[in-house]
Ligand binder design. Structure first.
Ligand SMILES: C[S@@+](CC[C@H](N)C(=O)[O-])C[C@H]1O[C@@H](n2cnc3c(N)ncnc32)[C@H](O)[C@@H]1O
Length: 197
């Protein structure tokens, strides 16, 4: 039996105590520890970044010489000087490209995506939308990630997942799938981590 939804589970409490905006930060911390993603001075793109807990963590890890760009369709409260925030839709490639030109960014060291579509409750629809958004992240990452740079993407498991993963394995190297400990018991999300050739 899956456990019922607990808004005040231990991860949410820990996030509140440690000053993070969301419990999801602990998923990124675990992925970072395992895959050694983030270092001082890196340029990082975070897609679907609101309310900003991943960016809070990224900002500390990359330090003042690094730069993070966070995008989301909803506003994000300011985080730090090295974090630039944009209200943008991941599906709007032209607007994303214009923003990157304005930021004078030609390459990222790491691309992150914790994007979750607004769920309809219909599992197949939500899963398909999650894959569609994640494919848009991959298109951008193919273009802007440096060779050897890592891309981390949340994606909902379901009917389209195997085909999605097959394509990632075809086009990227060192593809791994993981479910961090802070993932809710009832969730069908996983994280795909891959490296650009
Ligand atoms: C789980 S939250 C991200 C949490 C974030 N990693 C954090 O630590 O605070 C998922 C986000 O994806 C965003 N999102 C959904 N569809 C999007 C789209 N088309 N473009 C950009 N962001 C989107 C949602 O607005 C939401 O804020």
């Amino acid at each position: 039996m899956p456990k019922p939804y607990q808004p005040n589970d231990k991860w949410s409490q820990k996030a509140a105590e440690e000053g993070y905006r969301a419990r999801s930060v602990y998923k990124l911390m675990e992925i970072d520890t395992r895959f050694r993603l983030l270092r001082h001075g890196m340029t990082v793109l975070d897609c679907g970044a609101a309310p900003g807990s991943w960016l809070q963590y990224v900002a500390q890890k990359i330090g003042p010489k690094g730069k993070a760009i966070g995008i989301d369709t909803t506003d994000i409260e300011p985080i730090a000087d090295n974090v630039h925030l944009y209200r943008l839709d991941m599906m709007n490639e032209a607007a994303l490209e214009a923003m990157l030109a304005q930021e004078n960014i030609h390459q990222f060291s790491v691309v992150l995506s914790d994007i979750a579509p607004n769920t309809t409750g219909i599992k197949d629809v939500d899963q398909w939308r999650s894959v569609e958004l994640t494919e848009a992240v991959l298109v951008l990452a193919q273009k802007y990630l440096k060779p050897g740079g890592k891309c981390v993407m949340k994606v909902f498991r379901g009917a389209d997942f195997d085909e999605f993963l097959r394509k990632v394995k075809r086009d990227w190297k060192n593809v791994k799938v993981m479910t961090p400990k802070a993932t809710r018991d009832r969730s069908f999300e996983v994280y795909v981590i891959c490296e650009k050739h």
